[in-house]
Design a binder for this molecule. Sequence first.
Ligand code: ADP
Ligand code: MG
Ligand code: MG
Length: 213
Amino acid sequence: EGQATAAIVVQALHSVADLLRGKEEELGRLDAIAGDGDHGRGMTRGSAAAVEAAYDAVGQGVGPAAVLVAAGDAWAAKAGGTSGVLWGAALRSFGDLLPDHRAATANDLAAGASAALAAVQRIGRAELGDKTLVDALEPFVAELRSAVESGASGTEAWQRAAKAATKAAEDTAELRPRTGRARPLAERSVGNPDPGAMSLAFALNRIGDMLVG
Ligand code: ADP
Ligand code: MG
Ligand code: MG
């Protein structure tokens, strides 16, 4: 059962990497408005490295937690930049909450997502409203938890939560960055969404679509 979950994890990383490759220019342009323009490149590099590491780990027969640890470490090492470090930590923490010897339940997904948010905030210290990927991740986790508590399946809950993340990421356009590289050029950023929040929402939706099959 753990092997089945590990295979889904690899498939999810693979589809996220494919998606991000297609969004590289768009994310780069968005990051160039008030940041340094490398977000698309970083996400492409990080996710590609994560996929490679995940395949290697699955080949060694390990469970989903170890696959995500390997993927997270590779992502952080190869992406460069703040978002790479945060994505790496998020994947590791999510993986820690996935069971190795039974199929993951909707509750496991909610616990994993909560752990990922906690790790991102422990490392990055961003609060809601600072115009970072936390502004998409926090509503994702909240909606995932509430959907799971109301009895939704893991797939259904993930899809609902991914929609909430998209709305929240788009809504960051109104915000002024209060942390990260975009802060000095905060005024230029107003009217455009945060690149890290947008890429996260893209990835979460892609995983939701993949879970439906
Ligand atoms: P860098 O800013 O180092 O060039 P990227 O361009 O890859 O890294 O990522 C920028 C994104 O990282 C921002 O759009 C924001 O979403 C996210 N980010 C930056 N600082 C933080 C933080 N302290 N906490 C959470 N997310 C952050
Ligand atoms: Mg950047
Ligand atoms: Mg950079």
